[in-house]
Design a binder for this molecule. Structure first.
Ligand code: 0A1
Ligand code: ZN
Length: 870
């Protein structure tokens, strides 16, 4: 098909109609062979009692890339004229109110490189069905509101696949002829097809158990490739912690007797919450001190928790349709964030969460793919597993939590589970439960679900004399595709003050006698004023503490006010944020270079902060890391990137050089063995290398060679790979020789080599794409090389020659034919192009048009590219 004829269907939220049919029971039989798989299904179908129409419409099942071999209804095989099979559907015309449908289809998992449906990875079979992958396994009503009780029989060669796993509990197993065997599974909880899973292979297993709050014992099984058991303990402990935490915080108990996790190397996303049988990207399971960094450990803990928490928020209560995705994802991300805040440092976690919002979500919200957390339409659902639905969705839940407090929020959650356990529901149902449990009317709050775009809140402070002050607030939100004008949002703004000396400034609200140090002001209109009283003559406001709403807050601070907040705001998040604002202001002003006084202010602020003995080392490290270039672009409407890149380099160099002695002393005296100590030491090393890589190269080299943990080893490698030293390749090779058999470590080795801010890098990236350890079919490798380059090396991605753009387009075109989901994800990286200068815009447009003209362009890539060009 030539793509000029492309006419993909757009699905609209407003068109939702309940299905006329339900599938009460689903019996599946899988016969796994070396070249293909046969799937037999028996579906007990009946008319949906909610459907009141007298007319029975034809049954239309979804199906994709299936070879249909047999169809029978109530035991009678249908002849070819009694059904119609097209590229996407199987239609059966004459059906009754209740019947049994039997189908046999043939599929080719070994050839499936989209990693959706049933596929093979490293010699084992596995599945990925969310969002619409089950239709690549058999014909089905492949929509989340169809909840069915599943029985599954898997047959395969016993030597190659001693393990045959599916959801729920194993029922029976036995041997067959020809060295084959079978296992039968039953999942007592009705579930949508997207939660189905199957795994077959020969794997090692770590087992443990968990006794639930009601005293039931749950078997825990973690399956990994042979030889990897020494990298499993942390994931298992994280699972146990998550199970305990969900009981303590939300009263939620696990419901089956068995919880299985399988790690696979080829996986499009992080992991998948299939009922009782999670499938994980190895990146979020395998970790020990030697192979994984501190950041990797945090990732494992977070994703293990996320998938576990889905058992209640996603599986027990699921989504009615895919427009409601944030119902389960926003809520589950919020839950995993809360968990991580309890396990790690709260402020550090919050900073990391907000960095994602500011660097990726603000960008998405200001680009051609902007959508509300509950989108109105889509062409390809896979394109909507976004930072907006997930992370902004979590911010929206967090605002509910902020508005209701811990107890009110818990009451809302309890009511939500009580009302909707076992159902497929909507975001509206969730809001209603929160409202009803707390006697609230949140008509206005719903605008967060309806409207896309990042609201801007402008704040001014006016002193009226006699200790009386006025904070004036004004909110607005820019137009986004399809939404020209916006209604006001409900915006909780957490506020405190410090005085000119940097001490906490207490205050009193006009309508109260209580003196306080902090207040929550809830905006509901475009313009509002808050009057306060304070004994201090000068107040410096500390606004939107802990990022209490996903908005851009604008207050005209001068540099000295920001420096004071950076030195002494008692709110750790805002203290960090003041430093970011200070740097952002300087990096984004209209000067071509940073002035000497500005450099001096920053240097002094950093020196003072680094000397603060009260401050935790990880907060110190975070505070001295420059704002990410992506977030500086993300927050701008138009951007002169050449100027930004130059100033970013200038600032980094200056901080490195002017504080060289401080870095050296931090490096030598920070001796602890905690992640926070490593973090600060490695930031110091990086600045030293930026200051003078010739002089400090030995130090980095020694660190890489002697390290007993991956955090230090990799940090050293990264800074070495970024240096200009000729013999850095010795150390890149040394790392390679040591780790070439560890796939996940090889991903780090690739990534470390693509962030060098040097013109020759594109050639090097191309060489890495041809390296024997690289595979375009493995998403982790694509992320390790391509995503790491285009998001971690923006100066060279935006190289004025356009070579970076061409490299990305080449990769997208290659991947379009292999794995459309990953190809589309990469295509989104062009979405900021209209902010750039004319020359770069023309270069990107050329690449977008080249992609659009590709034969057999997938819907996934088409949707992103088409929206970007419009
Ligand atoms: N529900 C999973 C994420 C996920 C979504 C789609 C996938 O393939 C298209 C795979 C995983 C989660 O939130 O963890
Ligand atoms: Zn999720």
């Amino acid at each position: 098909m030539k793509n000029s004829s492309k006419n993909p269907t757009v699905k609209y939220r407003k068109d939702y109609r309940p299905s006329q049919y339900l599938i009460k029971h689903t019996d599946l039989k899988f016969q796994l062979f070396d070249s293909h798989t046969l799937v037999n299904s028996e579906l007990k179908i009946e008319k949906n009692p909610l459907d009141k129409s007298d007319v029975l419409e034809p049954l239309v099942l979804d199906g994709l890339e299936l070879e249909l071999q047999q169809v029978s209804v109530d035991g009678n095989e249908l002849s070819k004229d009694e059904y119609e099979a097209t590229d996407n559907h199987l239609t059966i015309n004459n059906v009754s109110e209740k019947f049994t449908l039997n189908l046999q289809v043939k599929i080719y998992p070994q050839k499936n490189k989209s990693l959706e449906g049933l596929y093979t990875s490293g010699g084992k079979f596995c599945t990925q069905c969310e969002a619409e992958g089950f239709r690549k396994i058999t014909y089905y009503l492949d929509r989340p509101e169809i909840m069915s009780e599943f029985k599954v029989r898997i047959e395969g060669d016993k030597a190659a696949y001693p393990l045959l796993l599916s959801n729920g509990n194993p029922l029976t197993r036995g041997d067959m002829s020809d060295g084959r065997h079978f296992v039968e599974w039953h999942d007592p909880f009705p579930k949508p097809s997207y939660l189905f899973a199957l795994v077959a292979g020969d794997l090692d297993c770590l087992t443990d158990s968990f006794t639930t709050m009601s005293g039931r014992e749950v078997k825990l099984e973690l399956y990994v490739d042979k030889g990897k058991l020494d990298q499993c303990r942390f994931a298992m402990d994280s699972l146990i912690e998550s199970m305990r935490w969900d009981e303590e915080k939300f009263g939620r108990e696990y419901d089956l007797d068995l919880y299985m996790i399988v790690a696979v190397s080829d996986f499009n996303m992080g992991a998948m919450e299939n009922k009782g049988l999670n499938v994980f990207n190895t990146k979020y399971v395998l970790a020990n001190k030697k192979t994984a960094t501190d950041a990797d450990f945090e990732g494992v803990e977070r994703v293990i928790a996320h998938e576990y928490f889905h058992n209640w928020t996603g599986n027990r209560v699921t989504c009615r349709d895919w427009f409601q995705l944030s119902l389960k994802e926003g809520l589950t991300v919020f839950r995993d964030q809360k968990f991580s805040e309890d396990m790690q440092s709260k402020a550090v976690q919050r900073i990391d969460q907000v960095k994602i919002i500011r660097s990726s979500q603000f960008a998405e919200d200001s680009g051609p793919m902007a959508h509300s957390i509950r989108p109105d339409s889509y062409i390809e659902m896979n394109n909507f597993y976004t930072v907006t639905v997930y992370n902004k969705g979590a911010e929206v839940i967090r605002m509910m939590h902020t508005l209701l407090g811990e107890q009110g929020f818990r009451a809302g959650m309890d009511l939500y589970f009580e009302r909707h356990d076992g159902q497929a529901v909507t975001c509206e149902d969730f809001i209603c439960a929160m409202e009803d449990a707390n006697q609230k009317d949140w008509a206005l709050f719903r605008n967060w679900y309806r409207q896309a775009g990042t609201p801007e809140v402008k704040v001014q402070l006016e002193s009226l004399g006699n200790g009386k002050f006025e904070l004036q607030f004004a909110q607005s939100c820019p137009a986004t595709p399809g939404q020209e004008t916006k209604k006001p949002f409900m915006i909780p703004v957490k506020i405190g003050f410090i005085n000119a000396q940097g001490d906490v400034a207490k205050f009193r609200l006009s309508d109260s006698d209580d003196v306080c140090g902090e207040t929550l002001f809830v905006m509901t209109e475009e313009n509002q004023t808050l009057t306060i009283h304070s004994d201090n003559e000068v107040l410096i406001p500390s606004l939107l503490r802990d990022f209490s709403a996903p908005v851009k807050l604008k207050f005209e601070y001068d540099q000295s006010q920001l420096a004071t907040l950076f030195a002494s705001d008692p709110n750790s998040f805002n203290r960090w944020d003041a430093g970011q604002s200070l740097m952002t202001k300087i990096l984004l002003n209209n000067e071509d270079e940073i002035s000497e006084p500005d450099l001096e202010i920053l240097k002094n602020s950093f020196a003072q902060l680094l000397g603060d003995e009260q401050l935790d080392n990880s907060l110190k490290a975070l505070a001295v890391i420059l704002p990410e270039i992506s977030s500086l672009i993300g927050r701008s409407e138009k951007i002169n990137v050449d100027r930004l890149f130059n100033k970013h380099r200038q600032l980094k160099k200056h901080i490195g050089q002017s504080l060289e002695h401080t870095w050296f002393s931090i490096y030598n005296t920070t001796s602890g063995d905690q992640p926070s100590d490593r973090k600060l030491r490695n930031v110091a090393l990086d600045y030293m290398m930026v200051a003078n890589d010739e002089q400090h190269f030995e130090l980095a080299a020694t660190q890489q060679t002697r390290a007993d943990n991956m955090t230090d080893e990799l940090s050293a490698l990264q800074t070495i790979a970024n240096s200009t030293e000729g013999y850095k390749s010795d150390y890149i090779n040394q790392f390679y020789q040591k780790w070439k058999d560890e796939e996940l470590v090889m991903d780090k080795w690739f990534s470390a080599q693509v962030i060098n801010d040097d013109e020759s890098i594109i050639e090097h990236v191309n060489a890495l794409l041809n390296h024997e350890k690289f595979s375009i079919e493995n998403p982790n490798k694509v992320r390790a090389v391509i995503t790491a380059f285009i998001s971690g090396n923006l100066p060279q991605f935006h190289n004025a020659t356009g070579a970076g753009y061409e490299l990305l387009a080449d990769t997208i075109i290659r991947l379009n034919a292999i794995n459309p989901q990953i190809a589309a994800g990469l295509s989104k990286q062009f979405n900021q192009w209209k902010k750039l200068d004319g020359k770069r815009q023309a270069l990107i447009k050329e690449q977008l048009e080249r992609i659009k003209a590709v034969d057999n362009l997938s819907n996934d890539v088409y949707e992103v590219v088409e929206k970007s060009l419009n």
